[in-house]
Design a protein around this ligand. Structure first.
Ligand code: SF4
Length: 532
């Protein structure tokens, strides 16, 4: 049933204003795949079974991949970062839209074709949940299939696989995710606060296979954050299909009233329970559900960074009606203005979809006008993709691909100017930066962590993997948050030096001197700083 040709749709550039996969509120298609890190555990002997997991798709998938790894460690398996060494390879697939499905199929075939004698290959994740029966039928080489509703039973599934059974588990009753021990493997960690979605956006297939929303208990979320911070995480990002709907499926806490935000109570509980977490960030806020309670709580809590990610998808009421999304853009503009009043340094991020069925140039002009009015800090513009099984896929008025791309390019060009003018206002200021690594070219030239290394990190204004970088001279270690004097800005990135660091004589190609970097900035890991 699938065309398994390779596709290159899932590339993403740091700091770029758009990606090539359209994304609903919670989906961040275009993320590079993540492999499960090898963590210290039980002693590994010659008979220890080893597993390798490749995570595709969004951070929520990565969290589930981490949960599967933890289950397998408890069952006596050991992680390996070399797929060839593994006794079992698990591909944690994505099923957001067809290009993501094709990439997942590609990766499954890659491991099936490369596998050594006796090695098992298992499909997990969203593709397995949504198309488990088709995978079962069309890929008989797979040793097992396990969907997102049962990821926490991966140990039981592998026991079946080892017995020679070929399990295909998907479509189970939806239950809240169980908790599991979290291990920080870098300065930033994602925490999934709910699974499923109660909305019905017409372009999105996610609710059809993820099911209705199930929120995690406040105490469980706080415990996860505690573990991650104890392990060295300095930034925690809360994710769900719709974070602003968090808790609405649970009984309200005593004392809460209509109009109050359970997400705001969760933020308070995390900040009170983990006061040593420096940065708490929220992704995927649904327009119309961001209320005063949430904004005032964000503004009041120092640990919550002043960053609001509100995917709007469009700005024309007619198209928003066809998308089954909130269409009162005056209300949205008022909420964003209120947010900026409460948090004057707020960074705003949104996403738009270009080329939804029936969209005219005039409809798209509404998007450009809204961008001009609000002047977002970060905008992702995606071209519409008709995902099979969604109501939008059967709408008439298909917009030609070249028109979708033209509209996308126009919005990107407009946003580049806006982003450049917004980052320029930071030149001459000092701003905290979370250190993530060292620029790849300087890593070789000057040695990691040595004086003069060109370090790479992010301010609170930039979320990982989708926004910009700050590149600076300094001596900090990965995971530290240090003040950086900003001396130059690009459209998306900032440049400067760590306060107190005396820059060495700089070459003419150094960005602090105003010239472009020699090549695209990349990251090389530094050793982690000890948690404070
Ligand atoms: S249906 Fe849910 S997950 Fe899909 S775009 Fe809408 S809010 Fe986001």
């Amino acid at each position: 049933m699938w065309d398994t040709r390779r596709n290159d749709h899932r590339t993403i550039r740091h700091g770029a204003p758009s990606r090539t996969i359209p994304g609903p509120d919670a989906e961040t298609g275009g993320q590079p795949s993540r492999r499960i890190p090898v963590l210290p555990g039980r002693p590994v002997t010659a008979t220890t079974r080893r597993f390798f997991i490749e995570n595709l798709g969004c951070p929520k998938n990565a969290v589930e991949g981490e949960g599967m790894a933890e289950r397998l460690r408890l069952a006596g398996y050991a992680a390996t970062d070399d797929a060839h060494d593994a006794d079992v390879v698990i591909v944690n697939t994505c099923s957001f839209i067809q290009p993501a499905q094709e990439e997942s199929i590609d990766r499954l075939f890659h491991y099936l074709n490369a596998r050594r004698t006796g090695q098992k290959v298992v499909a997990a994740g969203c593709l397995a949940e949504r198309f488990g029966d088709a995978l079962d039928k069309d890929m008989p080489e797979l040793d097992g299939i396990i969907g997102t509703r049962q990821w926490f039973e991966i140990d039981r599934l592998l026991a079946e696989v080892e017995r020679g059974v070929r399990p295909c588990w998907h479509g189970a009753d939806a239950v809240a995710d169980p908790t599991f021990a979290r291990h920080a493997v870098g300065p930033t960690a994602y925490v999934k606060i709910a699974e499923g979605c109660n909305m019905a956006c017409t372009f999105c297939a996610i609710p059809s296979f993820k099911g209705a929303q199930r929120s995690k208990a406040v105490a469980d979320v706080v415990a996860e954050v505690r573990q991650l911070v104890d392990g060295g995480a300095r930034e925690v990002i809360l994710v769900a299909q719709n974070t602003t709907a968090y808790g609405l499926d649970m009984a309200r806490e005593p004392g809460t009233t209509r109009g109050s935000s359970p997400l705001a109570r969760l933020l308070e509980a995390i900040c009170a329970g983990v006061p040593d977490l420096p940065w708490l960030r929220v992704h995927y806020c649904y327009p119309g559900w961001v209320n005063d309670d949430l904004l005032e709580t964000m503004a009041r809590l120092d640990q919550v960074v002043n960053y609001l990610d509100m995917p709007l998808q469009h700005a024309d009421p007619e198209i928003l009606r066809a998308m089954n999304r909130p269409r009162d853009m005056r209300h949205v503009a008022d909420v964003l203005a209120r947010a900026r009043t409460l948090m004057p340094d707020l960074a705003l991020r949104t996403t738009f979809i270009a080329g939804f069925p029936g969209e005219t140039d005039a409809h798209w002009q509404s998007v450009l006008d809204f961008m001009d009015e609000v002047r977002f800090d970060h905008v992702g513009v995606f071209t519409y993709f008709p995902e099979v099984g969604t109501p939008a896929a059967s709408l008439g008025g298909t917009v030609p691909d070249r028109t979708r791309k033209r509209r996308q390019r126009a919005a990107m060009a407009r946003q580049q100017e806006i982003s450049a003018s917004r980052t320029a206002t930071l030149v001459g200021t000092t701003i905290d930066v979370l250190v993530e690594g060292v620029a790849e070219d300087d890593a070789r030239a000057s040695g990691i962590g040595g004086t003069g290394a060109r370090l790479v990190g992010r301010t609170f204004r930039d979320a990982p993997e989708v926004d910009g970088f700050t590149v600076f001279e300094g001596t900090a270690r990965r995971g530290q948050i240090v003040p950086v004097a900003i001396t130059r800005s690009g459209p998306y990135d900032l440049f400067g030096h760590q306060v107190g660091f005396v820059p060495a004589a700089l070459g003419t190609d150094h960005p602090v001197n105003g010239a472009a970097p020699r090549k695209r900035i990349g990251l090389k890991s530094l050793p982690m700083a000890q948690p404070r």
